[in-house]
Design a protein around this ligand. Structure first.
Ligand SMILES: *Cc1c(COP(=O)(O)O)cnc(C)c1O
Length: 438
């Protein structure tokens, strides 16, 4: 399978090369050149076998690539933690899909770990190191740092806005050392993203190392995310003979896109409802038909604070007219007050402790008309563990949130980071110095 850029100005490329490049050289995002024949749900393995499901779903995309024979080893390494589907109302209609049992307690571990397993193999024997630059507003940087930590031939630079991530997230960004460098940028998340883009164009930096991005523009993060949608929809299909519908907390739309790809591949998935916070660019687009990207607004569900979602370019490529996009997805927007009250209601009514992102999905589900909710089975996607957002959740519930062992282990590590200005010269000086005195 070949991959083509959404902007169509560069030749098609293979799986491994698309992953290593991240962004296509014309500034576009990679998508498969064609869609494989849909799978028959009956042919897929048991829903608990994530690596086996991944092998079957990803095989057509990796076919013909040097990496293809290594797919089973890649998926075995990436899918080594579960994605439980928990029934909420006595198992009748509603479930929650817990995607936070990985090393950094957010769904981004799935994508980051698959990318790390793949890129380490793509780069094996390369003469120059691979340098991954990642701008983060919180969860991405931690997942990427954890996944690439101590991998040979790879160096990671994480850029986050100083003082604008949660204390728990900051620990996850700065506790690694070794091949991971953390930069607290005196600026905003938008400054961090701009710095990464500028670094990509910088001849000096390009001459020293191969540069790549691990942000959700990298198609290597989308494939593994299809797998938990496949597994959970199969489970519902096999138990109840009905397709599953999803409510997905969304920001850059990478997680939602993976669900749409899984449906495209033939999995028994019905509705896909995008739950956005007060950053309402996508819900507004579906209502008005006008695409109006804007600056991001800070909310309680900070990992979704995106005013100009990067994966929209892929979505629009797949559904070029608004009517086809409206058939494919629906969307809603949830403000901070509703997030707070839904966190309380989730605990009072269902005994669930939700992170603010998951609460956005739960609120969007509660607002769906009864006629839609009573049709089929619904799955709320839980994107992060509530302990990552203790500062928000604990005062609302008046109780402590238990910290999972993986997070507790990170809290025990020493932290280190370098503060820099939001200009390319500062970043370049740091990265070049690092390379001269490794
Ligand atoms: C990144 C993130 C999201 C948003 O996912 P996208 O793929 O950017 O839409 C939602 N919740 C949490 C906890 C996240 O870390």
């Amino acid at each position: 399978m070949q991959f083509v850029s959404t902007r169509g100005k560069v030749p098609a490329t293979g799986f491994g090369a698309a992953l290593a490049q991240g962004l296509a050289p014309d500034g576009g995002l990679y998508l498969p050149a064609s869609w494989p024949v849909p799978v028959s749900p009956a042919s897929l393995p048991d829903a608990s076998q994530l690596p086996q499901i991944a092998n079957q779903l990803i095989a057509p995309f990796i076919a013909g690539d040097d990496l293809a024979p290594q797919l089973p080893a890649i998926t075995a390494g990436a899918f080594d933690f579960p994605a439980p589907l928990v029934p909420l109302d006595g198992g009748r209609r509603l479930h929650v899909l817990e995607l936070f049992h990985g090393p950094t307690a957010a769904f981004k571990d799935f994508g980051a770990r698959f990318l790390a397993e793949s890129l380490t193999r793509v780069r094996a024997g390369a003469s120059r190191p691979l340098r991954i630059l990642v701008a983060t507003s919180g969860d991405t940087g931690g997942a990427v740092a954890a996944a690439f930590h101590n991998r040979p031939g790879v160096e990671v630079a994480v850029l986050f806005p100083k003082g604008l991530v949660s204390p728990t997230q900051e620990r996850q960004l700065t506790c690694w050392g070794g091949n991971v460098q953390s930069f607290a940028v005196r600026g905003t998340f938008d400054d961090c993203q701009r710095l990464v883009k500028e670094a990509f164009l910088d001849e000096n930096l390009r001459s020293r190392a191969e540069l790549s991005s691990a942000n959700s523009i990298n198609i290597g993060r989308l494939f593994p995310q299809m797998v938990y949608y496949a597994a959970s929809s199969l489970r519902v299909w096999r138990e109840h003979g009905e397709p599953a519908s999803y409510v997905i907390p969304s920001g850059n739309l990478g997680n939602a896109l993976a669900c749409l790809l899984a449906r495209q591949l033939g999995l028994p998935i019905a509705d896909v409802h995008l739950a956005h916070n007060a950053n309402r660019t996508v819900p507004d687009y579906l209502t008005t038909g006008d695409w109006k990207p804007r600056s991001s607004i800070a909310t309680l569900a900070s990992a979704m604070d995106v005013g100009n979602p990067s994966n929209f370019e892929r979505l629009q490529n797949i559904y070029p007219v608004i009517s086809s996009m409206r058939e494919a997805v629906t969307a809603d927007t949830v403000d901070d007050a509703a997030i707070r009250s839904r966190i309380k209601l989730g605990f009072e009514q269902l005994g669930q402790i939700w992170c603010p992102h998951t609460a956005v999905a739960a609120e969007a589900y509660a607002r769906l008309p009864e006629s839609r909710r009573s049709k089929g089975r619904w799955i709320l996607v839980a994107t992060a563990h509530p302990a990552k957002f203790r500062e928000i959740v604990e005062p609302l519930l008046g109780r402590e949130v238990a910290v999972p062992q993986s997070l507790a282990a990170l809290f025990a590590r020493p932290v280190a980071c370098t503060e820099i200005d939001a200009g390319l010269e500062s970043l370049r000086a740091q990265l070049m110095a690092e390379q001269e005195n490794p």
